[in-house]
Design a protein around this ligand. Structure first.
Ligand code: GAR
Length: 225
């Protein structure tokens, strides 16, 4: 029997080749204008807001849009003085209608990049066409493994020894698109979905900020790795 001390492996974070901003003549000092989409707790949104406040990120959050009236993300926005807008998907007849409202609000707030920070709605071409190659998603698995819902449970059920999280440019297919950054998280013998997700979230918070830094710090004419 081989005794493996998984506790000695914290995580492994791997960035892609730095992407860049589409905007022509962008200067390094110009902050990236972000529009955030969140559905729940908003911890990933808050690490972005914190990193901006600590001047770790050359960016500003123009507005938070949330789709669930119960989302704790709204209170986090208030704490940072960031405007927030509730767009309840239940008030929309289709996914496209919700995305059209999102686009309108983001355009009104001069948003340049869209960050889906725990956004639990399926994105449509309406949003992707309005912000080409500038919609970013975070997902709690090492994509392309375990896309879709309950990714942490999927990893546990599959019996993998390593899972993790991914930040990527969003494409129409759920949880697909060019990868910006990933972090690997080993499973521990007694893991439940809750304990594993909690450790994945620690790494999510690092790669979320890291991926936005890649985008913010490298203005060139190509934005996809
Ligand atoms: C995060 O774990 C994120 O990866 C996941 O929702 C959680 C949101 O947490 N997103 C998805 O599953 C999207 N496919 P947060 O609200 O505390 O940032």
């Amino acid at each position: 029997m081989i005794a493996a001390n998984t506790n000695s492996i914290d995580c492994l974070i791997v960035p892609a080749i730095p992407p860049a901003r589409v905007k022509k003549n962008a200067s390094l000092s110009e902050p990236l204008k972000l529009g955030i989409l969140a559905s729940g707790s908003g911890s990933n949104f808050e690490v972005i807001a914190q990193a901006i406040q600590n001047q770790q990120l050359n960016a500003q959050v123009q507005v938070l849009i949330y789709n669930n009236p119960e989302a704790k993300a709204a209170a986090r926005a208030e704490k940072y003085g960031i405007p927030s807008i509730l767009l309840n998907h239940r008030d929309c007849k289709s996914r496209e209608e919700l995305d059209a409202k999102i686009v309108k609000n983001f355009q009104e707030h001069d948003v340049e990049w869209v960050i889906m920070a725990g956004w639990m709605r399926i994105v449509t071409q309406v949003l992707l066409d309005a912000f080409p190659d500038k919609v970013v998603n975070i997902h709690p698995s090492l994509l392309p493994s375990f896309p879709g819902i309950r990714s942490v449970e999927q990893a546990l059920k599959a019996g993998v020894k390593i899972t993790g999280c991914t930040v990527h440019i969003a494409r129409l297919e759920v949880d697909s698109g060019p990868i910006l950054m990933q972090a690997a998280v080993p499973l521990l013998p007694d893991d439940t979905a809750e304990t594993l997700h909690a450790r994945i979230q620690v790494q999510e918070h690092k790669i979320m900020v890291g991926a936005i830094a890649l985008i913010a710090d490298r203005p060139t004419d190509k934005n996809v790795p």
